[in-house]
Design a binder for this molecule. Sequence first.
Ligand code: ZN
Ligand code: ZN
Length: 588
Amino acid sequence: MSHDGKDISGSELDVMRHSAAHVLAKAVQRLYPGSKLGIGPVIENGFYYDIDVPSKLGEDDLPRIEAAMREIIAAEEPFKREEWSKQQALEHYSSRDDNPYKREIIEALSEDESISVYWTGSDWVDLCRGPHIPNSAGLGAFKLTTVAGAYWRGDEHRPMLQRIYGTAWQTQEQLEHYLEQVEDAKRRDHRRIGKELDLFTFSDLVGPGLPLWLPKGATIRRELERWVTDLELERGYQHVITPDVAKVEMYKVSGHWDHYKDVMFPVMEDGEEQLVLRPMNCPHHIQVYRHEKRSYRELPMRIAEFGTMWRYEKSGELSGLSRTRRMDLNDAHIFCTPDQIQDEIVGVVELIEHVYSVLGIADHWYRLSLWDPSDKEKYVDNPEMWDRGEQYLKDAMARLSLDYVVAPGEAAFYGPKIDIQLRDPLGHSETISTIQVDFHLPSQFQLEYVGEDGQFHRPVMIHRGVIGTLVRMIAYLIEKYAGAFPLWLAPVQAVIVPIADRHVDYALSVASELRRSGFRVDVDRRREKMQAKIRDAQAQQVPYMLVVGDRDQQAGTVSVRERRQGDLGAQPLAEFVHSMQERRAAYR
Ligand SMILES: [Zn+2]
Ligand SMILES: [Zn+2]
């Protein structure tokens, strides 16, 4: 670590983090004799070490381990590299330190390979490639964060070790900033908020990765879907509905079978017939295009659907709504002539920008995702086609004066794409919206249209998703708003709180009035104190609470509380309905 106040580079930070892992391992072995070390790599923002500790560790044990680490740091122990022969290393891990995990690692190395170890002080050594910081005193600010079980080599048939996670930074300030960010991300975690606000759930009997949308979550989905569908209809898209299953044969023609079969659900077989749940909607929309002979007069033809796709992701990789086995994609395929490509891309970018501005997504950037010519497995091998696609995307972005970053190896198997990148609360980037240019699938399915010249021509396909999959977009929005959805998306837009039982009838009439105007409202009739009802509605992030008592009932008013501004005083009901209508309309 540098002491001159300059920032150290990412790789220097990694060296420091990995050195912290060694200090952690030394501390654990000192505190828990008999502990056997597994591996201790660097990860994003920190490090971990997998250790077979004789006693079960909990988060309560971490401060004690941290204290032992600080002692090692205070002792200013040098890190020293040494080369051992394979024989020497095996001997060490059989006699001085009986460790089957390290022996397994060493056994896998070739005979003539020289093996490096690192000493920390003169009494503790670990097998390691390095590099390391010169001295334990050079460790910056660190904190142990969690401890979890981890199978040796990730194999559930092998022993379970204890994985101790830590984070390390150059300065205390950076550490604190990071810890705050983690706290904020926890507060916004869509899995937690989804449970608190009753948006979605999972069931063991349904299976992992298959969310069940509860009424409130389903409301958010429906509102997003209606809104985007209307925007698409205004822009000349035609919505279709196509099945979730198809013959395997179709995906063989499209190439999806080759590229997706590992993540597709198992094939349903009955005699000759082989059906499978679709991993993508594209080939289905191609069949819609092929349903009739097409003329240039019909192009561009924009076929859209909230299409359901299925991926048989490994259960260990499933997480909340971010990784699921069912996804409903705001999908569309634009079939057009080469001359129309640029205008269509521009139209899609404008639609995405409109949608993002309504949702309040300011922090996004464009990425041009290209193929990797050396990866023949992943990509269709047709360099000329890739160059052509890339040029169309670049020209469109130049016309829109968009800045973008280039990412080789991130294209779809059939063509290059523009990805619109967003950040989650921990700063990781993710892709939700994409625009792809495809010459490949039209040729696989022999698509044609009759041109102005009376001859057959091949159309180009643009694949695009504006809000992407509903699962990921909603996960993103839950975290972005921390559950406080804007009025138009809020599952319950107002809760009416009668002060006493004698105000219930009036409360119900207020509710019907609001429902007639298309609002989603609840009447809280529980035998709770008014304050408790307000507190609960507030916790549910309901935009408006309407308290009604004697005076409101006589005057035809409601006493309005807004979730952030608090008490706004009494308003005539008609006036309140009108102001809600204006606010709701404003999002378009
Ligand atoms: Zn090391
Ligand atoms: Zn597609």
